[in-house]
Design a protein around this ligand. Structure first.
Ligand SMILES: Nc1ncnc2c1ncn2[C@@H]1O[C@H](COP(=O)(O)OP(=O)(O)OP(=O)(O)O)[C@@H](O)[C@H]1O
Length: 302
C-alpha cells in the first residue's frame, strides 16, 4: 500500500507551469527521492504533498487523506522540515522543541529526540548561535516531534560541509530504520544514490524516470568506463569492434573505452590475446550523476 499517492498533479504560477502532470507513489517505510535541477518543480510537488500548496489539477493522498481538505488530520501524520526563516533567531533549542511539541496531540519526548539527534548539549543554545549542521538537526527534530508517519525533507544538506552532510545522511537512515517514510527533495546525486530506495527524476515539471538508483544507472548508455595505458601499441579500431563498446577515445597516453560489463570482459580478453598489459588499469562504474545527465539530456534531444 502506498502511503503517498500523487496522480496527474499540475501546478501553475501565472503562465509558468511548475508541475506538469506528475504521478508517483511512495511506499510506506521507504526513502523516496525527488531529484532534479533548479526549477524542475521538486519543491512545488513536495509542498502539494505537505498541504502547503493547492494543486491546480490532480489528486494527492497521504495515508488516504487529502492534504488540503484534511489539513488538521494530516498534521498528525506528516512532518515537514521548516525553512530557516521560520524560526526566531533568539529561540533556544529547548524552546523550539517545546513550542512545536505543543502543536501536536501525541508528540514524542523532545529532549530524548534532541539527544538522539546529537543536540542534547545544545538545548540552551539560541537558534542563531547553532552551527549549520546543528540547525539542520533541529529542523529534522521539529519535523519528527509530532511522531509522524511521513517526513518531507527539502534540500536538507544544502550548505553543509561534507562531514555535516554525512552525519545528516546517517540521521535520515536512522529515521527510516525507525519506520518513518521519508520524502527527500535533493539535487545532490550522491545523496540520492546513498540514501534513496527509489528516486523520481524531475525535469521541467515532469518525471522523466523513476526507479531504484541501480535501475536508473543500469539504463544509462555508458554503464562502465575502462581506461589503461597499453604496454604496446594497440589499434583503437580493434577496441571499437568489441561487443558492448560504445566509444573509444585517447586521453594522452591512455585509452578510454566506454561500454558495459560485457565490454570490460571483451577488452581484457583482447589485451590478453595480444599480449598487451593494461598499465594503470581503471574501471569505473556509472553513478546516478551519469544516469541523471543521460536521462535529462536525452529528453532535451527529443
Ligand atoms: N511562488 C512562486 N511564484 C511564481 N513562480 C514560482 C513560485 N514558486 C516556484 N516558482 C517557479 O516554478 C518553477 C518550479 O519551482 P520549484 O521551486 O518547484 O522547483 P525546484 O525544482 O524545487 O527548484 P529549486 O531546486 O531551485 O528549489 C520554477 O520555475 C520557479 O521559478
Amino acid at each position: 500500500m502506498p502511503i503517498v499517492e500523487v496522480r496527474g498533479l499540475y501546478k501553475r504560477y501565472g503562465d509558468r507551469t511548475a508541475v506538469d502532470g506528475v504521478s508517483f507513489d511512495v511506499r510506506e517505510g521507504e526513502i523516496f527521492g525527488i531529484l532534479g535541477s533548479n526549477g524542475a518543480g521538486k519543491t512545488t510537488t513536495a509542498e502539494c504533498v505537505s498541504g502547503l500548496r493547492r494543486p491546480d489539477e490532480g489528486t494527492v493522498r497521504v495515508a488516504g487523506l487529502d492534504p488540503i481538505a484534511d489539513r488538521v488530520a494530516l498534521t498528525e501524520l506528516l512532518g515537514a522540515q521548516l525553512q530557516q526563516s521560520e524560526l526566531q533567531p533568539k529561540m533556544t533549542v529547548r524552546e523550539a522543541l517545546e513550542l512545536y511539541a505543543s502543536f501536536y496531540p501525541h508528540p514524542v519526548d523532545g529532549i530524548a529526540l534532541a539527544e538522539r539527534l546529537g543536540l542534547g548539549h545544545a538545548l540552551g543554545t539560541r537558534f542563531a548561535k547553532l552551527s549549520g549542521g546543528q540547525q539542520q538537526r533541529l529542523f529534522i527534530a521539529l519535523a519528527l516531534i509530532g511522531a509522524p508517519r511521513v517526513v518531507v525533507l527539502d534540500e536538507l544538506t544544502t550548505g553543509l560541509d561534507p562531514r555535516g552532510r554525512r552525519e545528516t545522511w546517517e540521521l535520515i537512515e536512522e529515521i527510516r530504520a525507525s519506520g518513518v517514510t521519508v520524502l527527500l527533495v535533493t539535487h545532490f546525486m550522491e545523496e540520492a544514490q546513498r540514501l534513496c530506495d527509489r528516486v523520481a527524476i524531475f525535469d521541467s515539471g515532469r518525471i522523466e524516470a523513476l526507479g531504484t538508483p541501480t535501475e536508473l544507472i543500469d539504463r544509462t548508455s555508458t554503464a562502465v568506463v575502462v581506461s589503461f595505458r597499453p604496454s604496446a601499441s594497440l589499434d583503437p579500431e580493434a577496441l571499437s569492434a568489441l561487443p558492448g563498446v560504445l566509444a573509444v577515445r585517447r586521453d594522452h597516453d591512455r585509452l578510454v573505452v566506454e561500454g558495459n560489463d560485457e565490454s570490460v570482459e571483451a577488452v581484457l580478453a583482447l589485451l590478453a590475446r595480444e599480449g598487451i598489459s593494461p598499465r594503470r588499469l581503471r574501471i569505473t562504474e556509472a553513478t546516478l550523476d551519469d544516469a541523471f545527465l543521460d536521462i535529462t539530456a536525452s529528453e532535451k534531444l527529443t
